[in-house]
Design a protein around this ligand. Structure first.
Ligand SMILES: C[S@@+](CC[C@H](N)C(=O)[O-])C[C@H]1O[C@@H](n2cnc3c(N)ncnc32)[C@H](O)[C@@H]1O
Length: 224
């Protein structure tokens, strides 16, 4: 059994992937850490792969796999340049990771995710909302792109960079895809003894199989 609380959004994506008839092959972009979400899919029988840019985060995820007898594979790579063939995954997702990339970098990362995703495959991404009251450290170096030069990297990855998106700002990045779910959740957490509220925008998309596929749009706004 996975030993951490499985985020509701990961469970929802799993429900979508379970309904797909595609081979259960999945890619997690930004897959490292001590509570690796890829463990959820691996445990449930998926051929689970991940990319991760930080050695320290890869080590944490590998330790988790060993301790919990799981066999997902995480390679060191940048999600802006994925080391995989076109259309090699049925499902691709990125959880709490794209927020550490600039908006220009995010455009590249999403292009790459769509390149490696099969037509008809499913994509899930969450963005950090401009409604967040936390993590807004340092200087705004762009459009809601915060970088704190004074922070020492505490976790072995660049958690001192955060990008924040307005509600519909990311929509253009997914033109031509079917939206299966779009929502917004908020949760509170404590970081450095400071309480912060983080809002995330959640989008699941289906890459269209033909240009004549009908648009399915389910819009839900959820604030907890
Ligand atoms: C907040 S952690 C989330 C990790 C994991 N998805 C989870 O839910 O626990 C963000 C992760 O994204 C990784 N990351 C940041 N930029 C990346 C990039 N360009 N390519 C791959 N991984 C990246 C970080 O090193 C870090 O492990």
């Amino acid at each position: 059994m996975v030993t951490f609380t499985i985020p509701q959004e990961i469970e929802r994506f799993f429900e979508f992937t379970e309904r797909s008839e595609f081979k259960k092959k999945i890619l997690d972009c930004g897959a490292g850490g001590s509570k690796p979400k890829i463990a959820v899919f691996s445990e449930r029988g998926y051929d689970a792969h991940g990319v991760e840019i930080s050695d320290a985060q890869i080590e944490r995820a590998q330790k988790y796999a060993k301790e919990n007898n799981l066999n997902y594979k995480i390679v060191k790579a940048d999600m802006r340049k994925l080391p995989f063939e076109d259309e090699s995954f049925s499902f691709v997702y990125s959880y709490h990771s794209i927020m550490h990339i600039t908006k220009a970098g995010t455009i590249k990362a999403i292009k790459e995710m769509l390149r490696v995703l099969k037509k008809g495959g499913l994509l899930y991404i969450n963005f950090q909302s401009t409604d967040s009251t936390g993590l807004k450290w340092g200087n705004d170096i762009g459009d809601n792109e915060m970088l704190d030069f004074s922070e020492v990297d505490k976790h072995g990855f660049n958690d001192t960079f955060h990008s924040f998106y307005r509600d519909n700002e990311a929509d253009d990045l997914f033109k031509g895809l079917n939206i299966l779910h779009k929502g917004k959740t908020s949760f509170e957490y404590t970081y450095n003894d400071e309480k912060a509220k983080v809002s995330q925008l959640i989008i699941s998309y289906k890459k269209i199989e033909t240009t004549f596929t009908f648009m399915i749009l389910i819009y839900r706004l959820l604030i907890v």
